[in-house]
Every structure is written in C-alpha cells, then in structure tokens.
Design a protein around this ligand. Structure first.
Ligand SMILES: *Cc1c(COP(=O)(O)O)cnc(C)c1O
Length: 388
C-alpha cells in the first residue's frame, strides 16, 4: 500500500521492473561459463535504479557478489542487509580503513604504494589486487608482477582476488579487438606467474558488460556486470558479438503540473528560448536537470504523453521542463509523462537520450537524482510468478 501511495504522490519517479532485472540475470547466467558468477556493479545508486532496492532483489535471485565505488556505498548496502561479498573498486583513504573491517568490505589494491599503506595499517583486511593491463587507470602495472607477488607476503592482507579492467571491449574495430586481446593475454600471464610462484587461492575477474558480450570465451570466476544487467547498452550504435535478450529495468516518469495556452508570438521560460509560432499548448512537467535530465536536451529531446511524442521546448530548468502538447489535446494536469521507457507503442530508451546529448546511457542513468522516488512496478505481491 505504501508503494502505491508514494507512486500517486510523486512529482517524478523511477520505476524498477524486477521481472526484467531477473530476466537479465538469467540471460547472463545462460552464457557465462558454469563456474563464473555475476558480480553486480551497484555503484552510483545502481546506475540510478536504487542500490538497496536492486541489490536486495539481486540477492533474492541468487547474486552473492557486488561491487561499488566507495566505502559509503558499501556501508549503505550492509546496513540494508546485503550479505555476500562487497568489493570496493576504488581508493579508500587511510582514515576510513577501519570501516572496511567494521562492515566487512573488500578493498581494491590500486597500486604498490597503496599496498604498502595497507600493510602499515596492520589490521587484517580482505583485498583484491588490481592489475593494470593497459587502461592505465587503477591497478599496478602487469609488467611489475614480480613486485605485485610480494603483496602475498603482507601478513595482514588476505588476497581473495585479482582483477583487471578492459577499456575498449565495447568496440569491434580490429585495432581495439587487438588491444583487448593483449589485455586478456597480460592478465592471463599475470595469473600464470602468480600460480607458478605458489600463490593460488585467489579468484580472478576481468570482464565488465562488454567484456562478456564481446569476449564470451573468457573464463574467470566473476563477471562484473553493470549497464547490461540493467538492460541497456552504453550506446544504441553498439554492436555486440553475443546478443542476449536483455530488457530495460528502468522507466523514468514525471507529471504535467500545469498547461499554458500560448498566443502566437508568446515566449516561454528562461532566456525566452521558445516562441510559439502558432497557438500552442505548453505543458510544464515536474522534473528538471537537478533530477538528472541533461539540460542540453532542451529543444532536442521529446517525452511521451498519452503514447505520443511531445517535444521538449524552451530551456530545461532545475526542477521543471516544458513540452509542447499542442498536438495532444487530451493532455491535462497530473497526466503521466514518460522520460525514459515505454508508453503504449512508443519507446524512449536510455541509449536514445544519451545519443541525443552526445553521451552514453551509463551517464544518463547514473546521474538520476536522489529526489526521484524508486518504485517497484512488478506486482510481486499479487501473483505467484508475476514474471510469467
Ligand atoms: C563500473 C565498473 C564495471 C561495470 O561496468 P559495465 O560496463 O557497466 O558493466 C566493471 N568493472 C569496473 C572496474 C567498473 O568500474
């Protein structure tokens, strides 16, 4: 009842389709090697979907491994009752290291200098060793494997995994495929070298979404899935080797708060950027750039209203935006408007919004703001198998 109430009162909200989330988990399980487990990337509020909501349900679907970007994200999950492994993919400052222990979080070793710092901390820590195979972001360089191997001698560090990250796995251009294969090779060599030195009981992981979709032949212990688990690709232009039946989990909606009837020549909003060239009905929608709608979607994008496309006009404000509903005369105050998702026969994907403003869906989704309510739309309470 609570959910229904919230939904009715929201000015703007995110609907999370759990059937689609479960569908995506199953789709990946069907292509991942038997021994390979999903490590769900639930950083950045689960790419805007709501980290606690998503992780809680993923846990129900049998997902036991999660990765986040910060200690605080890990703590939030623990406080919400998330049990399995939680890996922090980035740097944790010295004065927050005690939190890793308190909340049983696994820390990434971002380079040798960081490994020494963790050793000085002296208390026992669970860690995964990051290895840089060519992205040159986090991880110690793979060429320095002899030094990396010394981390195993740091008695307070329990090395449970080693991993690397691919940086052009989304591209099927031959140059990029070559680069990715080199990264895979370097990672495998690092594993072999460590094993030859008698270090063995560590898990391995390399692939993110595109690593799995374009290099399904790889066999590691985990696949760190983010964007694809949410049923999106980064860009609608992306082709992948494996085509899974992934379904978008998120729908972003808002409401019409009022409608203005404009005379010819009247202008709208900041900068008076839109002018009515005919008598127009302009609806004000209660969502804006502070909710994560890119401001430069102004005058470019559209939304769905009564199953029809309504262009975004004028400048997008912090908390509202304008749409032209002249051709949708049935529009009225409080009507639902779809920013991302389907309505009747129309669909606006996160990829389409991203393409429209020259970015990737990851950015669009992960920036969806905290003001948005996150609501489960699956009628899970009412049917024994609602996803059928
Ligand atoms: C965010 C992240 C992922 C998930 O990437 P997707 O492309 O969204 O699947 C995987 N690995 C690392 C290191 C990340 O930072």
């Amino acid at each position: 009842m609570n959910l229904v109430k919230m939904y009715l009162e929201s000015r703007a909200w995110v609907e999370v389709n759990l059937c689609n989330l479960q569908n995506n988990v199953k789709a990946f399980q069907s292509v991942l090697p038997k021994e390979c487990k999903i490590m769900a990337a639930v950083k950045a509020n689960a790419y805007g979907h709501g980290a606690i909501l998503v992780a809680t349900h993923l846990q129900e679907y049998g997902v036991t491994h999660f990765c986040v970007a910060s200690v605080q994200e890990g703590i939030d999950l623990r406080k919400a009752g998330i049990k399995g492994d939680i890996l922090i993919l980035s740097y944790t400052p010295k004065d927050q290291l005690d939190l890793l222990i308190e909340y049983d979080l696994i820390q990434t070793i971002v380079d040798m200098e960081y490994a020494f710092m963790l050793r000085e901390f002296q208390k026992n820590l669970r860690v995964h060793v990051g290895i840089d195979t060519g992205m040159h972001r986090l991880g110690e360089r793979a060429e320095r494997i002899e030094e990396i191997a010394k981390i195993w001698e740091f008695k307070n560090l329990h090395i449970e995994g080693i991993f690397s990250h691919l940086c052009v796995a989304d591209s099927l251009e031959s140059e990029d495929v070559h680069y990715t294969k080199e990264q895979i090779k370097k990672f495998n060599q690092a594993i072999e070298t460590l094993k030859a030195k008698g270090k063995s009981s560590f898990a391995t992981h390399l692939q993110g979404s595109y690593g799995v979709l374009n290099y399904p032949e790889c066999q590691y212990d985990y696949a760190r899935l983010g964007i694809s688990l949410y049923g999106a690709l980064s860009s609608s232009k992306d082709q992948t080797k494996v085509n899974l039946d992934l379904k978008p989990v998120l729908t972003l909606k808002s409401r019409i708060s009022c409608i203005k009837h404009l005379k010819v020549g009247e202008k709208v909003g900041y900068g008076l950027a839109f002018q009515a060239i005919e008598e127009s009905d302009i609806a004000v929608v209660s969502i804006g750039y502070a909710d994560g709608i890119p401001r430069n979607l102004s005058e470019r994008g559209y939304v769905l209203c009564h199953g029809k496309k309504a262009p975004i006009v004028g400048r997008i404000c912090m908390d509202q935006l304008f749409i032209d509903v002249t051709k949708i005369p049935e529009s009225k105050t409080n009507d639902e408007v779809v920013m991302i998702g389907s309505q009747e026969k129309e669909n606006i994907s996160a990829e389409m919004v991203a393409d429209c403003v020259g970015t990737i869906s990851n950015e669009i989704l992960s920036r969806l703001g905290n003001r948005l309510e996150r609501i489960v739309t699956t009628p899970i309470l009412f049917q024994s198998d609602p996803c059928k």
